[in-house]
Design a protein around this ligand. Structure first.
Ligand code: COA
Length: 176
């Protein structure tokens, strides 16, 4: 499969609306409203100083979406969505490898990249681990789902020096 990453442009708004509203996103809050997506694009919230968005193209098809966030605050974060029919085929892993290299290259002053997910998102947690990200945080009952059920939230991060050297620096969790 040929995998490429293409920067989102406002010309892609209809594709983005279809992508976000036309399928289930079990680990994201609720269903998105098409008009709200369009208005976020019009407000520049997919591509401005703080945010950059990229499509994951698989053999030319819009298979996934990467949203890079907090680009000016020293520690960027990201949201990753692989479309339903494309999940479990290695795209999420390739996307995290790509966005990690992209962020460290584009933002020479950053030292870390962070990502959060719900505790029961086994696939995303596997992707973090496989990509050299280390679990740093665990917040109990911090993530309400659309039905009001509270899930734990977990946070992962990668350090620039680990990314450069291929090492994984563990967290000193037992420091009390
Ligand atoms: C989470 C997500 C990005 C992972 O991407 P993906 O392309 O499906 O994952 P990959 O094919 O790269 O698989 C990565 C690993 O996860 C594992 N995995 C995939 N689906 C899994 C599942 N349902 N349960 C447990 N592990 C799973 C795979 O086995 C693989 O590990 P391995 O290579 O050691 O076997 C993707 O499934 C997705 O977009 N899901 C919906 C949106 C979402 O949850 N985004 C994350 C928000 S924080």
């Amino acid at each position: 499969m040929r995998i490429e990453f293409a920067r989102f442009s406002p010309d892609d708004t209809d594709l983005l609306v279809d992508f976000l509203t036309g399928q289930e996103w079990p680990f994201h809050a609720g269903t998105q409203d098409p008009d709200a997506v369009k208005s976020r694009v019009a407000d520049g919230l997919y591509d401005n100083a703080e945010f950059r968005t990229f499509w994951v193209l698989a053999d030319g098809e819009h298979a996934g979406l990467i949203k890079l966030m907090d680009l000016t605050d020293g520690t960027p974060m990201f949201d990753l969505r692989i479309g339903q029919e494309w999940r479990g085929r290695g795209l999420g892993t390739k996307a995290v490898a790509w966005l990690t290299g992209y962020l460290f290259a584009e933002l020479p002053d950053i030292n870390r990249i962070e990502g959060n997910t719900r505790q029961d998102n086994r696939a995303m947690r596997a992707v973090f681990r496989k990509s050299g990200y280390v679990k740093e945080s665990h917040y109990r009952e911090a993530w309400p789902d659309p039905d009001g059920k509270l899930h734990d939230s977990v946070g992962y991060a990668i350090l620039r020096r680990d990314w450069l050297s291929g090492t994984v620096t563990p967290v000193d969790l037992h420091d009390e």
